[in-house]
Design a protein around this ligand. Structure first.
Ligand code: AMP
Ligand code: ZN
Length: 483
């Protein structure tokens, strides 16, 4: 464990701050999870790679981690303000399927991406619809003092808590221009706690409540599951930067109401000590939009032949608070970097695992790594410390192995599980199977050994026609790749 104190950037204060746990020796983290109406795009997955790196860092620092990620299967409207339809109801209607089937299918797809990206399982996946009774209790407890009823539902009056909107830094009416007006709302920023089913309509998901049949507002679930599973205040709440604007300010307002807490100059009144947000993955051509047909999913990267951990590498190469631009070239570069690392790690494969890491030759890299991770999770710098450690010469392989293993528990690249052959670009629609390619290459090697260059060239051309580039003299020693 490193001596450098862990500093994390708190979106609430817009300052880095030292992590001091609420409960000694523990770290309790809540991450806003996916709305399971569709596949997650790779931008969504950046949010979970970030939360995973945070969790791994807390574990590495020696804290007992309790991480909760929720699964939103009700309440998230097509607009983060209170306009539009429930995303789940809309998709279920489009596909003529039950919401439960939709939720199950996309939850499993999300879990597959979690696994592919080496994201550790949290202590609990909490599903919103499992907490409807608790949401009703929570809403009842704040209804009298903080809410009012109008035709479409029960609304939270944002003027009843101190410092509403501080997290977003947007409390002016201007800032709230992005929130659609709903008839009967007292203030533009007020939001639904409970959405009544409109008269004459039947929703697939609806429950009885003191305010009529309906469904909870989206923000309610995270307040309730955070409180039930982690207790207020817990340590860290995470999400993508869009949540800093509406979802989290509203969660905070509910939490203040529930606790009877004062203003936000004391962060604990918000329900969590630290609020952390990852910046966006952006893509200029619109391929991240879920309405664009073939959008950028982890599975699409895999189908195009890229190992999913190349995408994890791409995320780690940027600081989580920087915007990250996606491009296929960028992904290719991340893959090459990962390959280079894996090739060096393969040389340590026979060394025993789990040795000591305190060899003087590695001290500068170990401390650079620890400093970087402790400095608001500076993964780009931590990666260079790992590469520097790999480059150390004339040391016992078991020590080097221990150092790299240590660093990889935090970065989560699975370096000792990956083999370089796993990282070959291998598109789904490739014409040749790997065994066939290898057999042809052996035949070519023999031809060359016999100085039969005509045959050797013919094999090479034939392979090229089938989309296999033979890479003689490739500095990575790659031998071939699918083009
Ligand atoms: P959603 O399923 O829409 O609730 O989003 C899941 C998570 O992805 C949330 O934490 C969002 O803030 C985050 N998110 C959405 N779009 C992006 C993006 N382009 N880059 C990074 N994170 C994103
Ligand atoms: Zn949430």
């Amino acid at each position: 464990m490193s001596e450098a104190p862990l500093k994390l950037f708190n979106s609430l204060t817009r300052q880095p701050q030292e992590f001091v746990p609420v409960h000694e020796g523990e770290a309790r983290v809540y991450t806003c999870g996916p709305t399971v109406y569709n596949y997650p795009h790779i931008g969504n997955m950046r949010a979970y790679v970030f939360a995973d790196v945070l969790g791994r860092t807390l574990s590495w620092k020696g804290y007992k981690l309790t991480h909760v990620i929720n699964i939103t299967d009700v309440g998230h409207l097509t607009d983060d303000g209170d306009a539009g339809e429930d995303k789940m109801e809309k998709m279920a209607a489009e596909k003529a399927q039950s919401i439960w089937d939709i939720a199950q299918h996309y939850t499993e797809a999300y879990w597959a991406d979690v696994k592919a990206l080496n994201i550790r399982e949290p202590a609990k996946w909490s599903v919103a619809t499992d907490y409807i009774d608790e949401m009703l209790e929570f809403a009842k407890s704040i209804a009298d003092k903080h809410c009012y009823e109008c035709e479409t539902g029960l609304y939270f009056d944002t003027t009843t808590v101190e410092d509403y909107g501080r997290l977003a830094r947007a409390v002016t009416e201007d800032g709230e221009g992005r929130i659609d007006a709903v008839e009967g709302k007292r203030n533009a920023a007020d939001f639904a706690i409970w959405r009544k089913t409109p008269p004459g309509e039947k929703r697939q998901m609806e429950w009885d409540s003191p305010w009529g049949k309906g469904a909870p507002g989206w923000h309610l679930e995270c307040s309730v599951m955070g409180e039930k599973l982690l207790g207020f205040p817990f340590d860290i709440h995470t999400g993508g930067i869009d949540h800093r604007e509406i979802h989290h300010p509203n969660e905070i307002a509910q939490n203040q109401a529930f606790c009877g807490c004062g203003g936000l100059s004391d962060a604990r009144n918000s329900g969590a000590n630290i609020w952390m947000h990852n910046n966006f993955l952006v893509e200029r051509s619109g391929k991240m939009s879920k309405s664009s047909g073939e959008f950028l999913r982890v599975q699409l990267l895999i189908d195009k032949g890229y190992h999913p951990l190349a995408y994890r590498m791409m995320c780690l190469q940027a600081h989580y608070r920087s915007e990250l631009e996606f491009s296929w070239d960028g992904l290719g570069a991340a893959l090459t970097r990962l390959k280079r690392i894996v090739m060096q790690v393969e040389r340590l494969a026979d060394a025993p695992s789990g040795g000591a890491t305190d060899h003087p030759k590695f001290a500068p890299m170990m401390s650079a790594f620890a400093d970087a991770m402790s400095d608001d999770l500076n993964t780009p710098v931590a990666l260079t410390a790992l590469e520097d450690a790999l480059a150390v010469k004339k040391v016992d392989a078991s020590i080097k192995r221990a150092v790299i293993e240590h660093m990889d528990t935090v970065l989560g690249l699975g370096l000792f599980v990956l083999a370089r052959k796993d990282l070959r670009v291998r598109p789904k629609d490739a014409q040749m199977m790997e065994a066939e390619i290898e057999a042809e290459l052996i035949r070519r090697k023999e031809a060359r050994a016999n100085k039969d260059f005509a045959t050797s060239d013919a094999i090479r051309d034939d392979l090229a026609e089938k989309g296999v580039d033979v890479m003689d003299g490739d500095p990575l020693g790659w031998e071939w790749k699918l083009s």
